[in-house]
Design a binder for this molecule. Sequence first.
Ligand code: COA
Length: 330
Amino acid sequence: MKRRAAITGVQGYVPDDILSNKDLEKMVDTNDEWITSRTGIKERRILKTPGMTASDMGKIMVEGLLEKTGTHPDEVELVICATITGDLVFPDTANTICDKVGIRNAFGFDIHAACSGFLFGLNVGSKFIETGYKKVIVVGMDKMSSIIDYTDRTTCVIFGDGGGAVMLEPNEEGNGIIDAVLHGDGGGRHFLHMKAGGSALPASQETIDKRLHYVYQEGKTVFKQAVKGMVSTVQDVMSRNGLSSADLDWVVPHQANMRIITTVAEDLGVPLDKVMINIQKYGNTTSGTLPLCLWEWEDKLSKGDNLVLTAFGGGFTWGATLLKWAYNAK
Ligand code: COA
């Protein structure tokens, strides 16, 4: 049987501090009714602990994952961290996580594919497993509160902090990652980006005064493309593997907007009770949404379940991955 990369454990983390719609009503001109009906979000988590960084969230996720899977840090060979809010522009946060956890025999790097970051990271990690690696960790997390303008009501209601990490190991029983359809379109960069802080516009007094170090989004365009991209890639990956929506046990969609999730489910013909949804509690944690869903649903998943993970994000980047779940949670 073909050697596949299977997820053998998942560990999520969200900070304790809750930012509710009621809290936001006191900060910007918005209200609970608007946020709930337009996005499905009721609250999100914010990392407020002084000095705590994205890599500290990653450390908690990875330490929990190692414990859960009975893995010694020396056994880990590769750590991929999907994030757009790493501790520093460089070096990559994956390396900082390894240092903080005590992973000494691995190499690591970050993937900056915004909301598709975890999906892309999962597929890159799976290729290493398929070609001989035995233990690869993929982290997906973001500290979005560090790049959100809490005076901009169009973005500050959507995003939150958190994420998760998964262990990938070889599987020769037919379970694991089966196939993926991944896409990118750089033309989409105009609709979702951060204007300053990169080499195009390094930080200056002017970029700070103009509030250019925050997420900029043209929501309507992103919304339409997200629905289109997620539906078409799920359909593509299913049809080239001879599956129909009736064969799916779970759809794991990126949590950007409840209306995007329900439209995608409807277009795919999948009932909502087969769709993982936790956006009401966490909002959009960017690279964190997919592992956060897997973590919350882990106990409900059975060995052999067909899952499709799908995401859309800044870039534009998007795609879908088909996998067979490899274990029953203890
Ligand atoms: N509270 C109250 N009113 C708000 C508001 C808020 N938080 N945010 C925007 N509005 C207002 C707008 O100013 C606008 O007012 P106007 O009609 O007087 O101009 C009105 O609500 C409608 O705004 P619009 O942007 O058309 O709303 P929308 O239904 O498209 O919802 C988003 C906005 C951002 C929630 C939605 O477009 C979205 O979710 N887009 C995709 C986001 C996404 O997927 N991002 C991540 C990519 S991974």
